[in-house]
Design a protein around this ligand. Structure first.
Ligand code: E4P
Length: 217
């Protein structure tokens, strides 16, 4: 499963990407607002040091303007993925941009039939929002399972990009459910490799090693 980072904070992104484990980046208008920076400048900066998929979201709600914005965003760098909300107009814009050869991430997906339409429109990625469904008292992960089944039965190539991830358990469950990718806040990514027994075990190993008086180098 590919791991994307869900942030527009360039310093945090650079630190995460330095692990060599990051396959893509997602941003959204809220994350851009949080960064306090110029949208296109941030996307250009990220694409300057990272060549994986970088999702940049349109701000329009009508198809013609979404298409124009998508074309503008795609001009920033070849690895920009145009992010489009899952609305009727968004699906129209998706089809046209995909037909032009642009990568499109269809976002704000909350149902399996929405995901079916995004796949029919040729979306490169579909972003089901797990955490926001959980917040409503629903089981967000069921949506990943349903989309996986539909895409496999009907042989759709759209990649499932699990989004609105809040915990390491979400990452585990999305991987088990067959998500192709998951986009994580940096805090969740940093929590993935940590385990108290790893820390405890390492502490003991280091203590015992020091007692040997040996060195490897
Ligand atoms: C990513 O593409 C989404 O915009 C993001 O994961 C949404 O996460 P949130 O529900 O925590 O805002």
């Amino acid at each position: 499963m590919q791991i994307f980072l869900d942030t527009a904070d360039v310093a945090l992104l650079k630190a995460g990407i330095a692990t060599g484990l990051i396959d893509g980046v997602t941003t959204n208008p809220s994350l851009i607002a949080k960064s306090g920076r110029d949208f296109k400048a941030v996307i250009a900066e990220i694409c300057g040091f990272f060549d994986g998929s970088v999702s940049a979201e349109v701000a329009a709600v009508d198809a013609p303007t979404m298409i124009a914005e998508g074309r503008e965003l795609a001009k920033i760098a070849p690895n920009v993925t145009v992010k489009i909300p899952l609305t009727r107009d968004g699906l129209i814009a998706t089809k046209i941009l995909v037909d032009e050869g642009k990568a499109v991430n269809v976002t704000l997906c909350f149902s399996a039939v929405q995901a079916l339409l995004a796949a029919k429109a040729g979306a490169t990625y579909i972003s089901p929002f797990i955490g926001r469904l959980d917040d409503m008292g629903m089981r967000g992960m069921e949506l990943i399972e349903e989309i996986r089944a539909i895409y496999d039965i009907h042989d759709f190539g759209t990649k499932i990009l699990a989004a609105s991830i809040r915990t390491p358990d979400h990452v585990r469950d999305a991987a088990i459910a067959g998500a192709d990718c998951a986009t994580l806040p940096v805090s969740v990514f940093e929590a993935l490799y940590k385990h108290p027994l790893t820390e405890k075990g390492l502490e003991q190993f280091l203590k015992d090693w020091a007692g040997t008086g040996q060195s490897i180098l």
